[in-house]
Write a protein that binds this ligand. Structure first.
Ligand SMILES: [Zn+2]
Length: 240
């Protein structure tokens, strides 16, 4: 089983430290900066075994090479994007296994935000590291992929068990919630969620990980009934 620890980086990014309870081996997802990661690692035993990259954007890979050198970590990322990721030690694709100690996971290819975007899903630990594909109450912008690609990727993620802890790449929940409420102002679930989100942010706490079961019931991008609705929603969110 994995413990998950969000590490705030830059303005609103999170890297995710995954700690295997049985072996104390660790993986770090999407490190943009070295110093905040090193500060947490010094408190969790000082070891970093794997760096897992969801996509090539600098705010997800910026410190990967430096941390790999300092800790001797293995860098894992998408084979399809190897040409524009930091130098990979393991290039992976759909269905490939990843292990952190005794916690095993699988790679899911989820194009949309970028065409080479991947997620890491650890079924037994009920952990999904989804980068900039799925956000709490939102989804990633379509920088490279099409609405159709992203719609299909989100459908796949929404089919995972509702107990799954969703570890997203950014703290966008408040703004996503404002957008969702702008379209559905009387939604009782969203109004209840606003209380929780506000309390967390006022306490300086992350709103993540989110629970997939909540997202399935509240995230407008997962609730979109078809591709056309989804595409219109994504375009409206870009302007919001
Ligand atoms: Zn990105």
């Amino acid at each position: 089983m994995l413990d998950v620890i969000p590490i705030p980086m830059r303005t609103d990014n999170y890297a995710w430290l995954l700690v295997d309870q049985a072996t104390a081996r660790t993986g770090l997802v999407d490190p943009a900066e070295a110093a905040p990661a090193a500060a947490i690692l010094s408190r969790t035993g000082g070891r970093l075994d794997y760096i897992l990259l969801t996509h090539h954007h600098d705010d997800h890979v910026g410190a990967a090479a430096l941390l790999a050198r300092d800790y001797g970590a293995v860098i894992i990322g998408a084979a399809a994007d190897a040409h524009r990721l930091p130098k990979l030690d393991r290039a992976v694709g759909e269905g490939n296994a990843v292990e952190i100690g005794e916690s095993d996971g699988v790679v899911m290819v989820t194009p949309g935000h970028t065409v080479g975007h991947i997620c890491f899903y650890f079924a037994r630990s009920q952990v999904l590291c989804c980068g900039d594909t799925l956000f709490s109450l939102g989804c990633g912008r379509l920088f490279e992929g099409t609405a159709s690609m992203m719609f299909a990727s989100l459908r796949r993620l929404a089919s995972l068990p509702p107990e799954t802890r969703v570890c997203c790449g950014h703290e966008y929940t408040e703004h996503n919630l404002a957008f969702a409420l702008s379209r559905d102002p009387d939604n009782a679930r969203l109004l209840a969620r606003r209380k929780v989100v506000r309390a967390r942010r006022e306490a300086g706490q992350p709103t993540l990980p989110a629970l997939l079961g909540d997202e399935i019931l509240e995230n407008p991008f997962l609730l979109a009934p078809d591709l056309e609705h989804f595409a219109n929603l994504r375009a409206a969110r870009d302007r919001f």
